[in-house]
Design a protein around this ligand. Structure first.
Ligand code: 5GP
Length: 139
């Protein structure tokens, strides 16, 4: 099994070495906006402790992350008046993973509106505003 590399971008975000638009944190999990949003409100939930993905995560890490996914998904539903939520999670390169720190994508969805293509940098002002919309429901 491949080992965790603590120079990955999400580890740097957790250490405050690079900025992010934070939505929520508790003792064990952290939630922030994806900077290449495939939907308005596209955000990521990660554990604060290291693991690459679900293949090496402990049951405790997964349980903690899923509880935060549920919390943020409900808040995003309210914040965006969404009709539904898509949760995505990828494991290893062949599984579509690009950043090797466990993360779940949360996408607010509206009927008839497809997700955007991956890999396009978003508008930072909009992303900031979307983070604030979700955080406002949580607080
Ligand atoms: P995955 O590993 O599941 O394919 O996706 C990694 C996600 O991380 C992508 O959706 C990408 O847009 C996002 N991402 C990549 N670099 C950064 C970054 O520096 N900051 C944030 N907030 N998201 C990032």
């Amino acid at each position: 099994m491949k080992t965790y590399d603590d120079e990955n971008i999400f580890a740097k975000i957790l250490r405050n070495e690079i900025p992010c638009f934070k939505i929520y944190e508790d003792n064990t999990t952290f939630c922030f906006m994806d900077i290449m949003p495939r939907s308005d409100g596209h955000c990521l939930v990660i554990p604060k402790s290291p693991c690459r993905n679900i293949l090496d995560a402990s049951d405790a890490q997964l349980a903690a992350v899923m509880a935060t996914v549920k919390k943020v998904a409900n808040a995003a539903t309210v914040a965006f008046n969404a009709d539904g939520i898509t949760v995505q999670q990828f494991n290893e390169t062949a599984g579509g993973q690009e950043v090797f720190h466990l993360h779940f994508h949360i996408h607010p969805r509206h009927k008839g509106i497809p997700m955007r293509a991956a890999g396009c940098m978003g508008d930072m002002d909009k992303i900031k505003q979307h983070a604030e919309q979700i955080a406002a429901v949580l607080n």
